[in-house]
Each structure stands twice: as C-alpha cells, then as structure tokens.
Design a protein around this ligand. Structure first.
Ligand code: TMP
Length: 239
C-alpha cells in the first residue's frame, strides 16, 4: 500500500491518501491538546501506544459485532483504515461521574451510575463542540434518525465490550468518546480512535488515573500512565 499525499492534519493524527480511493492511512502523533486546543504539549510515545491500543480494541469490537474502519496495522504509528465521511457527532458514554458531567451537574467525580449515560456533541472546533440532543442533530441534518439509532446501539455495545475487557485488566472504564463514519455505501462504522486520549481509565484498586486527564490536569506521570495502561492491555490480550 503506497502512502500518498497528506489529506488532513488533526490535533493527534495525520491522514494520508493511498492508491485505493476507499482506503486511507492514519499516522498517530505524540502531540497532545486539551480544552479545544488551548493547552498544547507532547506526550512521548503516545502515538505508538494510541495506534496499537486503538487497533487492538477495534479488532476486539469487530469480533463482537461492531463494524469499524480498521483494516491493518502498517507500522508503529500507521494504520490502514477504510475511508469514511465522519458523522460530525461526538458520542460520549459514561459509567461513572467525571469531567464535564461532574462540572455541569455539580456532583463529585466517582459516582457509579445504575445505567450508562449517552450524550452527543456537535463536532465543530470553531463552536467548541457544543452539547446537543438527537432532535438538534436531526434539525442540523448531522445524521438521519436511523443513523442515530445505529450509532446509539453500537456505542452501548462498545461500552459493554470495553467495560468487561478493562475490568479483566484491573481497570475501570469511567467514560469515553466515540466517532462514527459512513462508508461510501452509507454503512455506519466506528472510526477515529479508542485510546487513553479518548477514554477515562482508572486503576480499579487505587483509582489512579491512567489516561489523558494526567495531561489535562497537570498531574504528572503522563508518559508512565500511557505505558502502564498499554502494558495492562498487552498482558491481557496476549499481544
Ligand atoms: P468530558 O467529561 O470532558 O466531557 O469528557 C468525556 C470523555 O470524552 C472523556 O473520556 C474524554 C473524552 N473526550 C475526548 O475524547 N475528546 C474531547 O475533546 C473531550 C472534551 C473529551
């Protein structure tokens, strides 16, 4: 597969064309941002970890019936994926209160919910990714009713699969963000990445944060946390 021209550079990844119009190469960077790009930094080795972790989790999800954009890991930082047009919705699933949920509703972090919650935000950096509901998404024609139903179904499936997997690694899946895309025939698949950048992962015993909150909140030990969570995954996946 030949790496063609760079099509796009995001905050954490670059996307390249290939000789197949239906396939792209994603290249993971060590760059980290938070608060809509206001805070910038580097997390050494993050690109390698996020690439490998996201691929391992997407393979697992495929085997459990969630279609994804993943095709093949090409190198430490590069992955071949199906070309999608991204649905401009960020889907957030929460099992435990944290982050913006705790802030918006004035509750402490760490409250375990009886059932997971789902929320959407409009993927639009200029507007700061505002929260919206399904009616807003329909009004803005961001997705169809059927697409939203499919996205919700897959998102809760992802939660069940990942919650159980991370528990077997001694890690609590607090919350995470997903993005979906449409293949050229309109099929909805899970896209973007699943990594410590996009999930809150707490050590089940100690509550230690093993994710990007260490960077967002200046907690220190950022690189070590990424290494630790990757090590746990590899031990339990036999990789
Ligand atoms: P929040 O509590 O800040 O809304 O974040 C919820 C989850 O979504 C958390 O696991 C981090 C992830 N997330 C992203 O992946 N990208 C983002 O831009 C934001 C704000 C959160």
């Amino acid at each position: 597969m030949t790496k063609g021209e760079q099509l796009y550079e995001g905050k954490a990844k670059k996307v390249f064309a290939t000789d197949d119009p239906e396939k792209l190469i994603v290249d993971y960077k060590d760059d980290a941002t938070a608060f809509n790009g206001l805070k910038k930094g580097t997390i050494r080795g993050k690109g390698v970890i996020n690439n490998r972790m996201s691929n391992a989790l997407m393979r697992m999800l495929e085997s459990k019936g969630v279609p994804t954009h993943f095709i093949e890991e090409l190198s430490e930082r590069e992955t071949l994926v199906k070309k999608v047009s991204i649905v401009p919705l960020e889907v957030i699933i929460r099992n435990i209160s944290a982050g913006s949920f705790a802030k918006h509703y004035g509750v402490e972090e760490g409250i375990v919910f009886d059932a997971p919650t789902i929320e959407f935000s409009y993927k639009n950096d200029a507007l700061g990714d505002p929260l919206l509901n399904e009616y807003h998404a329909l009004a803005l024609k961001l997705a169809t009713k059927e697409e939203i139903e499919t996205i919700k179904k897959y998102s809760f499936m992802v939660n069940e699969v990942l919650k159980e997997f991370w528990l077997s690694c001694g890690v609590t899946l607090v919350d995470f963000k997903l993005e979906f895309g449409r293949l050229s025939d309109g099929t909805i698949v899970l896209a973007d990445e699943i990594s410590p950048d996009t999930c809150r992962l707490w050590d089940s015993k100690t509550g230690e944060k093993l994710d990007k909150d260490r960077f967002r909140r200046d907690l220190g030990g950022v690189e070590d946390a990424y290494q630790e969570i990757m090590g746990r995954l590899e031990k339990h996946i036999g990789g």
